[in-house]
Design a protein around this ligand. Structure first.
Ligand SMILES: Nc1ncnc2c1ncn2[C@@H]1O[C@H](COP(=O)(O)OP(=O)(O)OP(=O)(O)O)[C@@H](O)[C@H]1O
Length: 689
């Protein structure tokens, strides 16, 4: 495969994607008045700075509170800002502000990450001024002293994009100069994977691993360049990776491992499940980590460790100086003293960064296991670090460009272990531009991907074939009947349900009564016949990925009735999730069910990947004469929808229409009709309710 062409194509695609994301955000921010942005969850209005101090990583931390002149109870109105969001704090524009005025205000604001939100405080760690610290200081100073009302606006995440672009530019250079070596050559098919070493007997640290997991661990330990771990739903990919990490660290000498995932939660899940006494360092902004992993985060370790002590005194000095400078009114420091004060802040901050930088570098370089998100691996902390192995979890949910961020560290890592399932949904892509036209080689396996949905995991399978992967075949989630069709259709009938889950039913849960639903693992409620027709929203312009253009009110009524009956039978609302591929339907269902059942989860299929519940109710929505099934045709989406339930899966939809989606769904319906439970509802049942 032509590496330079691959990288250029990725750059093209990444720029299109970024443009689509920015356009979506900008169009909202420039077209809507501030109050609507707040309603859309994109902004928080009427803020004033209550304090500023030095926080983790030497960042200026701003605490904002509701503008006391505009609130009666001192609380924020409902809003959509969450910890970890990137925001810009700036002077709040008036409702009728023109584009130009808004742009000027933007220039004068500062960017940061939301560290904490409570009902009356928004805590933001300022970062990312274009020229670094000094820019931020000036920006913060201007905001604090302006006395104007401020607002916080949610931003698109630029850092991730910039890091992907940078790594693809590096890869392009490698391609142009033909300097690819080792793993990179294998990843582009210039070399075949080297034969796998026999690792012999293993002293298992987790005795409970099943045979397929043990095979995958041995394969990962013995491979010299790439090992793919194929984990269908609930088969313990993460469990297997935990053993691999522990095996590497207990070798003599221990291997140095970098563990990554596409999202913070995917990485935190691993940190939480590693033995607590295993020394690891978790990189990443503390505001974005789960509170329970903070003790392992670099920011916290660099303060609590010995090295942290040396940093502490500078920090205290910095804080007390900033507090003095923040004083307003008649005691305000003015003129020359103020200028000197800020100069000293800059000096102290430089000192702080230097000392803290050394402390963190020492911590990272002495650590055998480092964990971060894929894009987090592009931060300065790992710039000069070398690792023996990169392990990526949820690899089929990651953009390929993201995976290259850890892979090109140092002079390139020599071994990759990639876990994922290419038969579930790929990463979400927003751009709808046509794929770039490039001259492709004849042989299919060497073709350059022309969509960001093509993941490294599936590309490597196409390139090198099945020998580079090991399948995990025992699943610990679903009743065997729920598993049966997905296994047959997608996984060559190789999946087996673990004994502990194979026959579990809802009736075995505490307080659930036995009835015709709770004793069934799989049920299809077939609305065929045209009595439950879909409704079409007049706004047809919406893109399919955010489609709210389809709903089905009568099917929604049926779904609501079914959920109520499960709850009446004793199933807790927290143990049920309702999922549907269409946002229009989601809105109908949420409006009816949320008020009564706050614990019930309602969501899109895409948002439910990686999750599970005791009972899942799926509303398929499409029912029309034209037999159009829209994006129910995407087998991977259906696979995700049908494999979330532990004990009970109820699918509601028009069998006649959705059969025309072909593929997975048509097969599933045929399968349930042949041997499962199908019910045919009467529309009068729901019209009366
Ligand atoms: N060998 C095993 N014995 C018993 N339980 C196991 C085993 N392996 C995994 N599990 C359990 O199966 C569940 C799924 O495991 P894990 O979270 O590792 O899977 P995954 O493949 O990463 O999940 P997902 O399909 O959601 O991505 C967990 O509750 C885990 O404890």
């Amino acid at each position: 495969m032509d590496i330079a062409l691959f990288a250029t194509t990725q750059l093209d695609l990444l720029r299109q994607e970024h443009a689509a994301e920015v356009a979506e955000q900008t169009s909202l921010i420039t077209s809507l008045p501030p109050t609507s942005l707040q309603r859309h969850g994109l902004a928080l209005l009427n803020l004033s700075v209550s304090t500023q101090r030095t926080g983790l990583g030497g960042r200026t931390v701003l605490e904002l509170e509701p503008d006391l002149a505009l609130t009666t109870d001192g609380k924020f109105p409902s809003h959509g800002l969450r910890s970890g969001d990137i925001v810009r704090i700036e002077e709040q524009p008036g409702g009728a502000a023109k584009k130009k005025e808004k742009a000027e205000l933007k220039e004068r604001g500062v960017e940061g990450v939301v560290h904490r939100v409570s009902e009356s405080r928004l805590v933001v760690a300022v970062s990312g001024g274009k020229k670094g610290g000094d820019d931020d200081d000036a920006g913060v100073e201007a905001l604090v002293t302006s006395g104007k009302r401020l607002w916080a606006v949610k931003m698109a995440n630029e850092v991730t994009f910039r890091r992907m672009v940078k790594v693809m530019e590096n890869l392009k250079e490698i391609g142009d100069k033909q300097t690819a070596t080792g793993l990179t050559r294998v990843l582009f098919g210039l070399d075949s994977p080297a034969p796998v070493e026999d690792v012999g007997e293993i002293n298992w640290l987790d005795e409970g691993l099943n045979e397929s997991q043990k095979r995958a661990v041995k394969f990962a330990l013995g491979s010299r360049d790439i090992a793919l771990i194929h984990g269908p739903p609930g088969t313990g990919k993460t469990q297997t990776l935990l053993e691999i990490i522990r095996q590497f660290t207990s070798q003599t000498p221990p291997k140095r491992v970098l563990v990554c995932g596409p999202s913070n939660i995917s990485v935190d899940n691993i940190v939480l499940r590693l033995p607590p006494d295993l020394p690891v360092v978790r990189l990443g902004h503390p505001a974005r980590l789960l509170p329970r992993v903070l003790a392992k985060s670099l920011d916290v370790l660099s303060q609590t460790s010995e090295a942290g002590e040396i940093v502490k005194d500078v920090r205290q000095e910095l804080d007390s100086l900033m507090a003095k400078l923040a004083v307003g009114g008649k005691n305000r420091i003015r003129g020359k003293d103020r200028k000197e004060g800020w100069e000293q802040v800059r000096h102290l901050r430089g000192e702080f960064r230097f000392r803290e930088g050394k402390a963190t570098r020492d911590l990272v370089s002495s650590s055998k296991v480092v964990l971060s998100t894929l894009h987090g691996a592009g931060g300065f902390q790992l710039r000069n670090e070398r690792f023996d192995v990169v392990i990526i979890d949820e690899g089929s949910q990651a953009l390929e460009a993201q995976c290259w961020i850890p892979l090109l560290l140092g002079n390139g890592v020599s071994k990759l272990i990639l876990a994922g399932d290419h038969l579930q949904l790929p990463p979400t892509v927003k751009s709808t531009s046509k794929p770039p036209k490039i001259a492709q080689p004849k042989e299919k396996r060497f073709r350059i991907p022309t969509s960001l949905e093509a993941t490294l995991f599936s590309r490597l399978l196409d390139l090198h074939g099945k020998d580079i992967k090991r399948l995990l075949n025992v699943q610990y989630r679903m009743h065997q009947d729920i598993m049966s069709f997905p296994s047959k259709y997608l996984y060559d009938s190789e999946l087996v349900a673990a004994e502990s889950v194979a026959n579990r039913l809802l009736t075995e849960l505490p307080d659930v009564e036995e009835n015709e639903d709770t004793t069934l693992p799989v049920l299809f409620i077939d609305t065929q016949g045209g009595d439950f027709p879909e409704a079409v929203d007049s706004d047809e312009s919406k893109k399919p990925s955010t489609s709210s253009s389809h709903s089905n009110p009568l099917e929604a009524a049926l779904t609501i009735k079914y959920v109520r009956s499960l709850i009446a039978a004793g199933v807790k609302d927290t143990e049920i999730a309702v999922i549907t591929p269409y946002n229009g339907q989601l809105a109908l269902l949420s409006a009816a069910l949320r008020p009564d059942y706050p614990g019930l989860e309602l969501g899109s299929v895409d948002g439910f990947q990686g999750r599970e519940k005791e009972a899942i109710v799926v509303s398929l929505v499409r029912s029309n004469d034209k037999r159009e099934a829209g994006f129910l045709k995407e087998g991977r989406r259906l696979n995700v929808a049908m494999t979330r339930a532990r004990r009970h899966l109820c699918v509601i939809g028009d069998g006649e229409t959705v059969k025309h989606a072909g593929g997975f769904l048509a097969g599933w319906i045929k399968w349930v009709e042949e041997g499962g439970e199908v019910r045919y509802p009467d529309v009068s049942d729901v019209l009366q309710t």
